[in-house]
Design a protein around this ligand. Structure first.
Ligand code: NDP
Length: 249
């Protein structure tokens, strides 16, 4: 039995990393997927091709849409509805880190960029999910263990942004519960994706992986598995909850 029967799932930041793995896992589980990306068209095309091998040519659509743009988010969801129909699930995944440094050394522009994408953008996506999801729908936010661990001397701006996502998850689950729409979050730990290179510390994977209780970094597919579960009817009585996919960190 597939987990999803042609259900339509919208994923932000599906061109790479956890978003791409989630697109693939959703398609494998019988969904149709519309994903957004910021600017990496080559990666988006690669994701589309991989998904089409599994689900067929009509299972996937990519849309260039910046989560920081209200117009782009409205267009992303409108495209999903016009292309495939009613949206059953949303994965609020797009996020960034800026180069690793203590807070005292960060300039205001960088802090604003991180908060714009990870908080303002995530709120725009969650707002559109609140408008478009109907009875039985599900939103999954992709937070971070950084909200609990703090990322001292590296990315406290990022950790603070993910703390906001935790609060969003709790508040919106209460707001949308009466409409039978579930809101949950996964909080990944150290996952082997390109985001660590964006943070200027690709070596984090090699340095910190062995220090996780499970002795290694996680794979994006291991995060995607929990996201698919939270989207699915198997989690029908789960809302306002967090799954830490962090190898025990
Ligand atoms: P990647 O850097 O591998 O991928 C980021 C994705 O987000 C890309 O598809 C990128 O698009 C997209 N994106 C970035 N900014 C925007 C934007 N403004 N508008 C639209 N799309 C955007 O990151 P990960 O897969 O590692 O991270 C995914 C999520 O998981 C993030 O929210 C991150 O904070 C979280 N996370 C990751 C952890 C890890 O260790 N990897 C740990 C904890 C949380 P494009 O390809 O066009 O640039």
């Amino acid at each position: 039995m597939p987990t999803f029967s042609d259900d339509v799932i919208v994923i932000t930041g599906g061109s790479r990393g956890i978003g791409r793995a989630t697109a693939l896992a959703c398609i494998r589980s019988g969904a149709r997927v519309v994903f957004s990306y910021r600017g990496n068209e080559a990666a988006a095309i690669e994701t589309v091709k991989e998904c089409q091998v599994i689900g067929g040519v009509d299972s996937i659509k990519a849309v260039q849409a910046d989560v920081c743009s209200e117009a782009d988010i409205i267009r992303l969801f409108a495209t999903a509805k016009s292309h495939f129909g009613t949206i059953a699930g949303v994965v609020n995944n797009a996020g960034i880190v800026a180069p690793s440094m203590p807070l005292a050394d960060m300039d205001a522009k960088r802090i604003r960029e991180v908060l714009d994408t990870n908080v303002f953008g995530a709120l725009l996506v969650a707002r559109q999910a609140a408008r478009d999801l109907t009875d039985g729908g599900a939103l999954v936010n992709v937070g971070s263990m950084a909200s609990k661990l703090g990322s001292a001397n590296e990315y406290v701006d990022y950790a603070a942004s993910k703390g906001a996502l935790d609060s969003l998850t709790i508040g919106l689950s209460k707001e949308l519960g009466p409409r039978h729409i579930r809101v949950n979050a996964v909080r990944p730990g150290l996952i082997d994706t390109e985001i660590h290179a964006s943070g200027g510390r690709p070596e984090r994977i090699i340095e910190l992986g062995p220090r996780c209780p499970l002795g290694r970094p996680g794979d994006a597919a291991e995060v995607a598995a929990s996201i698919v579960w939270l989207l699915s009817d198997a989690a029908s009585y789960v809302t306002g909850s967090f799954i830490d996919v962090a190898g025990g960190r």
